[in-house]
Design a protein around this ligand. Structure first.
Ligand code: G3H
Length: 537
C-alpha cells in the first residue's frame, strides 16, 4: 500500500488533467437565460489532496450559487410557465420536433466530453476509465431513448376502432418534474430521469447531486440553447431552501429522485397533495453475494472483487455483504485477499487504478465507526492495511467473521468495507434477505443446476434481479432497474422511463358521419400534433 504517497504534487499530475482555472459558477439556468446570482456561494473542493512541501491540501475546484427560497420559487415558476398548464409550446410540440431538440443537445454535449470527464475525476474521484464510461453510457442512453420513443410513436400513430369507437392513444406529459441525482453517478443517473422526463414533454427543474455539481457547468449552454425557455432549469443550494420550498407549494407533478430513502421521504412528505405527486426513485441497497460450496471460486472472487470494490464500493448496486459456504470459506477468502492486494490505489487518472479518494467528507469517519463496531462484536480486519485512512482515502477493509450484531451486517456502507459471513445452511442468507429492509439484487455463485434453480425461485421474490455467477449491476440500461422494499419506487429502463414520465391519453369519438369527416379533415390536413397518423422513421 502506498500510504501517504498516494496524493500527488501538482506538477506530477499529467497536464491534460490539471485544473487550469477553477469554475466559478455564478449564474444559474432559469427561463432560458443564465441569470447572475448575487447571494451566497459554496466553495467546491476535490477529494484529491495536493502535496505541497510537507502539507496536503484538497484542490479547490470552484464554487456554485446557494439559491434561497425566493430564487427557487422563481425557478419553479419558470418551469410552470413552460408547461403553461399543458398548453405550453413544449408539452404540445410534436414528438418529431422534441426529438430534434434532444439531438441538438446531444451533439453539443458530445463536444464537452473531455471537460466533463475531467470534472468527474476531480469532483467525485472516479477513475478516468469509469468516468469516460459514465459519459459515453449517458450519450448512448440518450440515443437509445430517442429510438425507443420513435418505436412508441410508431405504435401510437394508428387510429384504432373498438366497439364502434375511433380512438388515438398516445402518451402525454405530466407536468413539472423535479429531478435529483446521486453523487456516485452525477451525470448518468441524473440524466436517466432528466432525459425521458424532457423528451416526453415535461419541463424539468434539475437539482444536481451533493457532489459532482460543477461537471454540469460545461453543459449549461447546450441546455440553454437546445430547448425552449423554461423547459430545463437548474437550482443549486441546500435542500431545505431549494427543493424543500418547491415541494411545499404542491406544484411539482413528478419527483424523480436517486439517493437515500430518508431524504426522499422527507421531501415527499412536504408535498401537500401526495395523490397528485408521481414518484420514481432509486434508493439504498445491501446486495448480498452468496457463494455456494460447489461454486467456481476463482470466478466468484473475480466478480465479488468487482462487485464490492468498483468505484470503492460506492455503487447502489455494489455487493455489500458476502455469504460464503463454510466448506469453501478459506479458499474464497484467501483468493479474495490475494486479488485485493493487486488492486491499484491512486489518483483517478492513474492507469488501471481501482481504489481512489472518496468524495463524501464524513465517509472515512463513518467507515471507521462501522469497522470498530464490527471489531467490538468479534470481527477482524483480515487484510493488511485494511481500513487505513489518509484524509479522503480509505484502503479497503475486509471484515470477517461478520454477524447480525454488527451494524455493517445491515447498514449500507457505500464505501470500501467488505463484510464476509460464512454459512452452513442456505437458509441463513435467504433469511437475511427476507428480513432485510432492502430488495434490489443478489449475486449467487454455484454450478449445480438443481440447487441454483431452487435458490432462484424464492430469491426473485425478494429482489428484482438475481445475478448468476455475475456481480450485481444496473446495466445494460435497456433492462429494468428497480427494487423492492426501501430500495426503489417504480422501474427505470430506457423504455420504462418513457412511461414513468407520461400518461396515456386519448382522443375518441363514435363512428358517425360527422366524426369521420372531422377526423379526415384533421388527419389529412395535418392540423394536430396529437391526432396524427404520421410516423417517425
Ligand atoms: O449506483 C447505482 C448505479 O445505477 C449502478 O450502475 O451497476 O451499472 O454500475 P452500475
Amino acid at each position: 500500500m502506498q500510504g501517504e504517497f498516494i496524493f500527488p504534487a501538482y506538477a506530477a499530475i499529467p497536464e491534460s488533467f490539471q485544473i487550469k482555472a477553477p469554475i466559478e459558477q455564478n449564474t444559474y439556468l432559469i427561463d432560458g437565460e443564465m441569470r447572475a446570482w448575487d447571494g451566497a456561494f459554496q466553495d467546491v473542493y476535490s477529494p484529491i489532496y495536493i502535496k505541497n512541501e510537507n502539507e496536503l491540501k484538497p484542490q479547490r475546484l470552484g464554487s456554485f450559487p446557494l439559491l434561497d427560497a425566493n430564487a427557487s420559487l422563481e425557478v419553479l415558476q419558470s418551469a410552470r410557465n413552460a408547461y403553461d398548464l399543458g398548453k405550453g409550446e413544449w408539452p404540445t410540440m410534436s414528438v418529431k420536433q422534441r426529438i430534434a431538440h434532444m439531438m441538438q443537445f446531444v451533439k453539443m454535449m458530445k463536444e464537452k466530453r473531455s471537460e466533463v470527464v475531467n470534472l468527474l475525476m476531480w469532483e467525485i474521484g472516479k477513475s478516468l476509465k469509469d468516468s469516460e464510461k459514465e459519459f459515453d453510457r449517458t450519450v448512448d442512453y440518450i440515443i437509445d431513448t430517442v429510438a425507443a420513443l420513435k418505436d412508441l410513436d410508431r405504435d401510437s400513430s394508428r387510429l384504432k376502432k373498438e366497439q364502434g369507437i375511433y380512438a388515438q392513444i398516445r402518451r402525454g406529459p405530466l407536468g413539472v418534474v423535479l429531478c435529483m441525482g446521486p453523487y456516485n453517478y452525477p451525470l448518468n443517473e441524473t440524466f436517466c430521469t432528466l432525459i425521458p422526463a424532457l423528451i416526453m414533454g415535461n419541463p424539468v427543474i434539475l437539482k444536481p447531486a451533493k457532489y459532482g455539481i460543477l461537471l454540469l457547468s460545461p453543459l449549461l449552454e447546450a441546455f440553454r440553447t437546445s430547448f425552449p425557455k423554461g423547459v430545463i432549469n437548474i437550482i443549486y443550494g441546500n435542500g431545505k431552501d431549494t427543493v424543500g420550498t418547491i415541494m411545499e407549494t404542491g406544484k411539482v407533478d413528478v419527483f424523480a429522485f436517486i439517493g437515500s430513502s430518508k431524504t426522499a421521504n422527507t421531501l415527499k412528505k412536504l408535498h401537500p397533495k401526495p395523490n397528485r405527486l408521481r414518484s420514481v426513485m432509486g434508493l439504498e441497497a445491501k446486495n448480498p453475494a452468496i457463494v455456494l460450496a460447489d461454486a467456481d471460486i476463482s470466478l466468484a472472487v473475480e466478480e465479488c472483487i468487482l462487485g464490492s470494490l468498483s468505484y470503492n464500493g460506492q455503487r447502489c448496486t455494489a455487493i455489500k455483504i458476502i455469504f460464503v459456504h463454510e466448506q469453501v470459506k478459506e479458499q474464497f477468502i484467501n483468493l479474495y485477499l490475494e486479488k485485493l492486494k493487486t488492486l491499484k490505489c491512486g489518483m483517478p487518472w492513474d492507469k488501471d487504478v481501482m481504489i481512489t479518494p472518496l468524495p463524501e467528507t464524513n465517509k472515512p469517519a463513518y467507515l471507521k465507526e462501522l469497522i470498530e463496531d464490527a471489531q467490538q462484536h468479534g470481527a477482524q480486519i483480515i487484510n493488511e492495511d485494511g481500513g487505513l485512512i489518509l484524509h479522503s482515502f480509505v484502503y479497503p477493509a475486509v471484515l470477517y467473521p461478520v454477524n447480525k450484531k454488527m451494524r455493517v451486517y445491515n447498514e449500507e456502507q457505500f464505501g470500501p468495507v467488505v463484510p464476509i459471513c460464512s454459512f452452513h445452511s442456505i437458509d441463513e442468507p435467504i433469511d437475511y434477505m427476507v428480513e432485510s429492509n432492502y430488495g434490489q439484487q443478489v449475486s449467487i455463485f454455484g454450478t449445480d443446476a438443481d440447487q441454483m434453480a431452487q435458490l432462484i425461485d424464492p430469491l426473485v421474490n425478494q429482489v428484482c434481479r438475481v445475478n448468476i455467477n455475475s456481480q450485481c449491476q444496473r446495466s445494460p440500461d435497456v433492462y429494468p432497474f428497480n427494487g423492492r422494499k426501501d430500495s426503489a419506487e417504480g422501474t427505470l429502463s430506457v423504455n420504462d422511463a418513457l412511461r414513468v414520465f407520461s400518461i396515456r391519453t386519448m382522443v375518441a369519438g363514435k363512428d358517425s358521419e360527422i366524426n369521420k369527416n372531422l377526423l379526415n379533415d384533421i388527419l389529412e390536413g395535418r392540423k394536430s400534433n396529437f391526432l396524427s397518423t404520421d410516423f417517425l422513421l
